[in-house]
Design a protein around this ligand. Sequence first.
Ligand code: FAD
Ligand code: FES
Length: 347
Amino acid sequence: MKIIVTARNGTRDFECEPGEKILHAGLRSGIALPYECGTGTCGTCKARLVRGDVGNDWPEAPGQSSLRRDAAEFLMCQCVPSADCALEIASVVKAMEPGGCVPTGVGARIQRTAELTHDVASLDLELARPLDFEAGQFMLMSVAGIAGARAYSMVNFERKAERLVFVVKKKPDGRMSEWLFGGPIAGARVDLFGPLGAATFHPDLGKNLLCIAGGSGIAGMMSILSRATQARHFERHTGNLFFGVRTRRDVFFLDELAAFQAQAPEALRVTIALSDEDVDPELGLRYPRFGFGKGFVHAVAAERMKGRFENVRAYAAGPPPMVDATLRMLLLEGKLKSDNIRYDKFS
Ligand SMILES: Cc1cc2nc3c(=O)[nH]c(=O)nc-3n(C[C@H](O)[C@H](O)[C@H](O)COP(=O)(O)OP(=O)(O)OC[C@H]3O[C@@H](n4cnc5c(N)ncnc54)[C@H](O)[C@@H]3O)c2cc1C
Ligand code: FES
């Protein structure tokens, strides 16, 4: 089916396979359609149907609340065309940059899972074919029998990756969480679509790095630190990573963070923020190079970053309230411009 999209800067067209979401078809064709979550919650991918017909795979999606139904608006990440369509989009739509990682569908097999805390696990996936992605990006994962896709950020970073590592926090009664944490799943096949997301890091940026993560939001930050370390970014720039969790039993990846810091002891600072309890002195003894603070991670970051926001590119990821508080802090206290702030809300 042919899809014609008219945006503020012109008209583009692409082919959509039967059953394929319009957003996926456009991105796969190298057209940078607007999106943020890719999973029906944010409303960023809305379009107006001018001609044709679309079926909605998830009419109850939270992102539907941002639509004007009388204006025939719909979410491109949830809708599948049943005829050739003409759409209008209120924003600008460009072709993707040459050399960028164009999203595509790829099969994968779950190799292993490992418990990181009482409610967080890591997931290693073997890809059916190698995949390029930028540090900080995510994939959509679908599993047979579970409606819709879920977004998970890559922990690893490598070119032509043959495996991906995700970190997943268990959501009580969540469909994917029940499956992932419910029993042995090694060997299971899943479908992925990506890479997606604009919270990407590239060393050519030439900026000091500030990463602020809440819970499983640390996933993409690990990929960014990996990329930065491989490119010797911290020989010329500073890095500050703030990792916020509730209590000591919720922290993970401390050894991995210590290994990153050991490669750039002068330039990279790691701070762990505990919101719900005092910092156990034993943790400080085990990780003497880390900073520790009590409070919400955005508040701890605001205090420790005072006077250090110059030439900074900031990344934030985690639960939506944590990301919103961090964005306010970066804009109001850090005085960063919005093009130097990248984020993923794990909604
Ligand atoms: C950009 C981004 C990156 C993320 N990265 C991570 C990460 O690295 N680690 C992590 O733990 N979590 C991450 N998340 C959150 C993750 O995608 C899931 O929301 C979370 O794992 C809970 O999934 P669940 O199935 O257990 O919960 P559920 O409540 O069952 O589902 C949660 C989400 O699944 C989608 N969904 C539910 N039902 C349907 C349906 N019928 N049709 C279509 N879609 C449906 C919706 O987007 C919903 O918000 C990320 C989210 C986003 C947006
Ligand atoms: S990208 Fe479609 S609702 Fe977020």
